[in-house]
Design a protein around this ligand. Sequence first.
Ligand code: MGD
Ligand code: MGD
Ligand code: SF4
Ligand code: MO
Length: 802
Amino acid sequence: MKEDHHAGDQHPGGTEWVLKAIPDAENPYRLLNLKLTPVKSWAAGIPAVMAAMKDLMEEKAFLRGNIALLKMNQFKGFDCPSCAWPDPDDERSPIAEYCENGAKALAEEATTKKLTTEFFKDNSVVDLAKLDDYRIGKLGRLTEPMYLPKGGTHYQPICWDDAFKKIAEHLNALEAPDEAAFYTSGRTSNEASFVYQLFAKEFGTNNMPDCSNMCHETSGSALRPTIGIGKGTVKLEDFYDTDVIIVIGQNPGTNAPRMMSALAKGKKNGARIIAVNPLPEAGLMGFRNPQEVSGVLGNGEKLADLYLPVRINGDMAFLKAIELLLLEFEKQSPGEVLDHRFIREKTVNYDLFIEQFANYNLDDLAAEAGLEPAAIYEAAQMLAFKKRIIVCWGMGLTQQPNGVDMIREMLNILLLKGSIGIQGGGVCPVRGHSNVQGNRTMLIDEKPTDEQLDRLENFFGFKVPRSHGYDVVRVIKAMHDEKVKVLFCMGGNFLSATPDTTYTANALRKLNLLVCVSTKLNRGHLIHGKEAIILPTYGRSDKDIVNGELQFVSTENSMGVVQHSKGVLDPVSRNLINETQIVCRMAMATLGSRAVVNWQRYHDSYDAVRDDIEQCIPGFKDYNVRVREKGGFYLPNAARDEQRFAKQYGYRAPFTLTVVPENRLADDEYMMATTRTHDQFNTTIYGLDDRYRGIHNERRVVFMNQKDIDKAGFKAGDKVDLFNYDDDIERIAPLFIIVSYPIPEKNTVTYFPETNVLVSVNNVVKESNMPASKYVKIKIRGHDPEVYKKIDEMLHKGQLQR
Ligand SMILES: Nc1nc2c(c(=O)[nH]1)N[C@H]1C(S)=C(S)[C@@H](COP(=O)(O)OP(=O)(O)OC[C@H]3O[C@@H](n4cnc5c(=O)[nH]c(N)nc54)[C@H](O)[C@@H]3O)O[C@H]1N2
Ligand SMILES: Nc1nc2c(c(=O)[nH]1)N[C@H]1C(S)=C(S)[C@@H](COP(=O)(O)OP(=O)(O)OC[C@H]3O[C@@H](n4cnc5c(=O)[nH]c(N)nc54)[C@H](O)[C@@H]3O)O[C@H]1N2
Ligand code: SF4
Ligand SMILES: [Mo]
């Protein structure tokens, strides 16, 4: 930090403060020492075990971490804080029910490095803001509440009572409750989520933007009106006994590594796998299970039987082509390809749906998808005479402008085949954060239904707000317009995770108060409102002790299983309290005698929270009993269990009519998808490698097809600047290195969050209003040091302060 000192602190509004929005603004985007190795065709194996252990060593948590790992994902242990992939229902390995990235997430949380009062005294906010997410994350755990006063340059300690008093003063000074917003990142437990949303509603607002608004909102928007539930319909065991698994727009080897075990097991039992992805991701191609001798010594297992290198956003054309072929095959073998009985009894709009195919032909669709017609034909053949089909997807689809339609198109295929609500068949949106699905079940949602609100109102007896609140994109604009003046963040890294970094930074600066409940410091704390508060809290692996007793919380995984989670590590500081207590104390301080809810009761007992969840949310009968049972319990899912779909269609599922988008790019334009490396959890950067893709020691890279590199007159290794011109505004991400990569022509990939600065806040997914972070039009020019001056000038002119 100290060595990065450049300018002194300036008053808010000065250039320096604006520049802070961009990592390393002052120390111009230092490049490290990029090393390239061949792209891997298999994932995991021994290198994965080594990488996990290295992280534990670096975090000075080797012993502590290894002891905790023995408890991770075990029946009596804690739920992995990383992704939402489920644990086996029955047997669990007693020694290792986790993967490399679960271990890295734990290392990050179990670190013994701490941020003390002295640290904040020595380092001003401006100095800290010059660090990137990687270096900030490595500083250690937060240990006490910190406060940044108006005009202040340094965070200073504040006691819990005073912190809640300040928050209450700000909230109560607002002209209307809707001038506050309450963000959630998906690690928050069911119990904390329930009290959090309840507080927002008792305070009077539905402004609950959450990370789902950037993640699987698109899936919910697609599924709720069609199958009647915004969640997946398969269980882990369905993977073990199925015919075909399609993995589209998702990178399991990095983002849900234990999914590879499920894919491998399904394959052993006869399933075939189709992978659809612009990048040949290692975790789609092969798997070396480090827990099996063959995975350590042998070549491991091949995963994808068919890999389709679709062009970015070419998926819709691909899906239509599959349907076109299935209808052809059905003509040739009537009754053998489509499930007419299912179509008749369980769906609507079939006739309308098939009419459109008169207008399509395979060659055009294949060209639009960027695939060989023969390859699509092979995929259609693999599906034609099979019924048990699982479709898994991730951000590759949800972050596309037509993501909602594409998910409905995949559903159309399953409806044709009667492959939903059957053993071994159905939809599987692979969720991101470990409890993001539970957050939604607990009503963290900016658009709760009347039915949900009625239940709360009847039980608690206060008038709940009915109008829908702001989602992430809308809250950024509302802050910009000064319609939202207090932002409270339950976890997450709002600044780095959201699009249009400079615009968002300017929005955050207009706040009266920013409050962040966090385990670690991040850039989201450093671009702040007039005042700011950081409240430290326990991580998933920490012991949570209330009234002298070790507590557990509960979470819901990607497949709708609710289970308990009990931390095992001694917290890094005695001055931490849990998220539920933070909400309850904020509620008591803010609402005082206005409160109808008995907040003290929730503050003292998770059982009390669970008892009331049971009364307000369907599926939680005997919550306190069942959550204590081995492996927890499944939530009801009528689409999965009874083939009961959308109510408005008489519990049937509609076929949806969609269109194939035209993706035209100018000669000097490329389509960019922003994605994760193998060494990060969202904005938490564990390290600077992306091992499977052969990238080492650098994050500022742009993957390009060699033909595009040649055509543009570049060479691999050239330094370039990236530009976006949406809304007629120039957005610049300076200094990237070109890497020649097996990627479709005109497509590029970069890493998030470095390139979020290029994603317009108006570039959103239709219907779900999510940032379309995998559909960003960019231009690429040779790096010109003058570009920094240009950024600076633009900021001076206020061009980016739209
Ligand atoms: N270790 C680790 N685990 C994580 C996370 C993490 O950051 N690190 N994040 C968690 C979270 S919150 C989430 S949401 C999930 C995210 O997990 P994923 O959904 O796997 O997310 P990404 O890595 O962003 O990208 C997914 C894939 O989409 C592909 N893709 C890009 N554009 C297209 C397209 O147009 N079509 C197709 N078919 N594919 C495309 C990319 O090549 C990439 O392989 O992972 C969760 N788990
Ligand atoms: N360009 C681009 N942007 C993206 C994406 C993309 O693919 N491309 N992906 C999007 C997706 S899918 C998501 S989900 C979002 C993620 O957005 P967020 O959820 O906002 O971001 P995270 O990086 O997961 O949040 C990390 C921070 O959470 C805090 N934290 C960690 N554990 C805990 C805990 O137990 N309790 C509390 N209170 N705090 C904790 C730590 O302080 C840490 O710094 O980003 C989105 N942004
Ligand atoms: S697959 Fe996901 S939940 Fe399971 S151990 Fe790995 S990171 Fe954790
Ligand atoms: Mo996510």
